[in-house]
Design a protein around this ligand. Structure first.
Ligand code: PLP
Length: 303
């Protein structure tokens, strides 16, 4: 049995009304680990275990780490996650509840990540949060499900952190003969590493990232995401933190599902009519989910 589930594909009247097109939601927020990440990470963990891995290592205090912890618990493989001191107590608790051994090390993610790498023995598998072809293969299954359900979308809306979701969705569209379908790729202004690379014409590492959409916080996207922008139609767009949070709050009212501001960034493209497609167009919105937001943190947001 795969670690991820086949998620609902739902038509959204509120998002259709707001955007002026027909919007279909792929409800990845319903995944057992709270986000789409378990598709790719679950696929990779199953492969690594079959290849003999005796422990899974991660340096993510976010949804990638949660997906690794969930996969390890289900597969009976111990999981160690190294997170920096900046990781909120709630995130540490969620990881421990999944049975992961959580080590706090360093003041930044790069210090925690370096320490995690130093722990790695030949029996360990290290799970990268976005830059691994096994992840993209796993993420692609969400598009297989959409096509099996009978929808061949005219456009896809998603968000970009390190670009693993983008690479996986592009792979899923490719293997279903949908290479010409444009992908609208949202980032928040403070986390716009994909936008920066596209503008520069080469891979750019941002000196710093900032803002509320912490799951989009990769300072540089993976090379595959950048290559894809040359191979197929991808439209990079930016929203403000305020727009991303407002989209989360509207989505909670409209669909009774709490998602992170990272996910809100893509929903904001629809709520704010940033994509001009005709009323007959079928837009597939990847509701990527996320476990790090609370109602309190969203309603308290100022900016
Ligand atoms: C990881 C994540 C993203 C970004 O995905 P990438 O593969 O890094 O681009 C967006 N939203 C949520 C909820 C995530 O967990």
């Amino acid at each position: 049995m795969p670690l991820s589930i086949a998620t609902p594909l739902l038509e959204s009247l509120p998002l259709s009304r707001a955007s002026g097109a027909r919007v279909w939601m792929k409800m990845e927020a319903m995944q057992p680990s709270g986000s789409f990440k378990i598709r790719g990470i679950g696929h990779a963990c199953e492969r690594y275990r079959a290849d003999g891995a005796q422990r899974f290592l991660s340096s993510s205090g976010g949804n990638a780490g949660l997906a690794v912890a969930y996969a390890g618990r289900k597969l009976g493989v111990p999981v160690a996650v190294v997170v920096p001191e900046t990781t909120p107590e709630r995130a540490r608790r969620l990881l421990r509840e999944e049975g992961a051994q959580v080590t706090v090390h360093g003041r930044s993610w790069s210090e925690a990540n370096a320490f995690a790498q130093s722990l790695k023995t030949p029996q360990d598998a290290f799970l990268h949060p976005f830059d691994d072809p096994l992840l993209w293969q796993g993420h692609a299954s969400m598009i297989d499900e959409v096509v099996e359900a009978g929808l061949r979308p005219d456009a896809v809306v998603l968000c970009v952190g390190g670009g693993g979701l983008l690479a996986g969705v592009a792979e899923g569209l490719h293997r279903n003969g949908l290479d010409s379908v444009p992908i609208y790729a949202a980032e928040t202004e403070g986390m716009a590493s994909f936008n920066a690379s596209i503008q520069a014409g080469h891979l750019v590492e941002l000196p710093a990232v900032s803002g509320v959409a912490t799951s989009l916080g990769a300072r540089q996207v993976c090379a595959r995401a950048f290559e894809l922008a040359r191979e197929r139609p991808i439209v990079p767009l930016q929203v403000s933190d305020r727009e991303a949070v407002d989209a989360c709050l509207s989505f909670l009212d409209d669909h009774r599902t709490l998602v992170e501001p990272a996910c809100g960034a893509s929903l904001a493209l629809l709520y704010r009519q940033r994509i001009a497609l005709g009323a007959d167009a079928n837009i597939l919105a990847i509701v990527c989910g996320g476990s790090t937001a609370t109602i309190e943190s969203l309603s308290r947001f100022e900016g």
